[in-house]
Write a protein that binds this ligand. Structure first.
Ligand code: PMT
Length: 401
């Protein structure tokens, strides 16, 4: 799976850096193009000459070449790479990454990388076990960084315990597994609804909700990353999509979202209903801006919108997987389980507005998956990208059963 991949290898200043020439060589043997960025201290542990010889690229340490002023662009490095692997990753660099500190080229490249990032921590056992290090690793995990766990054994300090950088073969295997998993939706079409719907009242007003589209877009990105052809039916949001295998269908109202989703239902292998759809629209849209009356209340008559999930549930084919969402404020599990049953979903992803930093607009979410078979799987608060990964992992387990 690694053939043809561009790997940016970041080397920080730890004794395990001496293994990096072997690591880079293994990656090159797998068919990767490897470029190396080092912290200034890493040069004490492995020479730039060794790394340049193995990778056939000049080694980057400084922001610019002091001899000719040539700029080493961390942005283009981040865009070039299919994966950024930081090995060894010292406690110091992990701490800086977790806190957005960018005082060398390796760290600025981390902040500008759009590709998946892997770190292989290496340090003394007490440093590794320290609460501060574990806290930083938790932050990085929540930010979507893949941690390649260190091994237990003899350490450079003479002590024995967990903290040895994973062996180069294990690191390469972790990257390989990641790219293999990436294709586990190849050949599948996934239809996702995302964002809010707007129901026009008059030319300047609408009924809407706070959905930003972030959760639905994270799902679309995750499915596309794993090889699916994605049809993203999205209400009015300000988010952009640039991934080639995501086809975006912009809609405004629940009726438009319904029509687009139903039209795609015949080709979708998986349907994910993440949109926050207005259940009602005004019975009569006004052609002109409604003027304020001098006195008295105003009444809008509302009529029900189509329930997209329920309609797709009625049309569900054998082998098609349907995933719904439930946004609840009370009696969460009971309400979500009821929706799962009524809409003929395979499972429903519950998020509650009672959980902090979860639901509308946040970059994070905290979900519980309720399966039609009665299984209940709670997850921790994490980035919406990681929540999307959990949901798709769960969906694939069901599909492959
Ligand atoms: O977009 P973000 O800011 O990231 O926020 C994400 C989210 C909170 C919107 C998302 O995680 C979420 O919970 N989406 C579903 C919200 C919702 O409207 O849930 P519901 O309980 O009202 O609806 C249940 C299910 O039926 C949902 O799958 C919904 O998409 C679907 N539905 C509802 C009404 C309707 N007319 N048609 C539908 O398809």
């Amino acid at each position: 799976m690694l053939k043809g991949k561009n790997i940016l290898l970041g080397i920080t200043g730890g004794i395990a850096a001496y293994k990096c020439a072997g690591l880079a060589r293994l990656l090159v043997k797998q068919g990767c193009d490897v470029k190396v960025v080092m912290t200034p201290l890493a040069r004490q542990f492995v020479t730039p000459l060794s790394m340049a010889t193995v990778t056939r690229h000049p080694i980057l340490v400084d922001f610019f070449n002091p001899e000719n002023g040539e700029w080493n662009s961390h942005v283009s490095l981040g865009l070039w790479a299919d994966a950024y692997l930081i090995a060894p990753a010292t406690a110091n660099s992990l701490g800086k990454m977790a806190n957005g500190i960018a005082d060398n080229l390796l760290l600025t490249s981390y902040l500008s990388a759009r590709c998946p990032v892997f770190v292989a921590p290496a340090m003394d056992l007490d440093m590794y076990a320290h609460k501060a290090t574990q806290r930083n690793l938790d932050i990085l995990r929540a930010d979507g960084v893949n941690i390649i766990e260190p091994e237990s054994g003899f350490l450079a300090s003479g002590l024995e315990g967990k903290g040895r950088m994973a062996e180069p073969e294990a690191i390469v295997a972790a990257l390989d597994a990641y790219f293999a998993e990436q294709q586990d939706l190849a050949g599948k079409t996934v239809m996702i609804t995302a964002g809010p719907t707007y129901e026009k009242i008059d030319p300047v007003r609408f009924i809407g909700n706070y959905s930003s589209g972030k959760m639905g877009f994270a799902l679309a990105e995750e499915c596309a990353r794993r090889g699916a052809s994605v049809k993203l039916v999205v209400g009015p949001v300000s988010l952009k999509t640039s991934t080639p295998n995501i086809e975006r269908i912009d809609v405004e109202s629940a009726q438009e979202m319904h029509d687009a989703a139903v039209a795609l239902s015949d080709i979708a292998d998986i349907e994910i209903l993440c949109a926050a759809v207005a259940d009602y629209r005004v019975a009569q849209q006004a052609d002109h801006k409604i003027k304020r009356e001098k006195t008295g209340a105003m009444t809008l008559e509302l009529v029900p919108n189509p329930d997209i999930a329920a309609e797709l549930g009625r049309r569900k084919r054998d082998g098609q997987l349907m995933i719904g969402f439930a946004l609840e404020t009370n009696d969460e599990q009971q309400n979500a389980a009821g929706k799962c049953e009524r809409k003929n979903l395979d499972f429903i992803v519950l998020n509650s507005l009672r959980d902090q930093n979860a639901g509308f607009r946040y970059d994070t979410n905290k979900v519980t998956i309720l399966d039609r078979n009665g299984d209940v799987t709670p997850y921790d608060l994490k980035s919406k990208a990681l929540v999307a990964k959990d949901i798709i992992d769960y969906a694939l387990k069901k599909l492959n059963k």
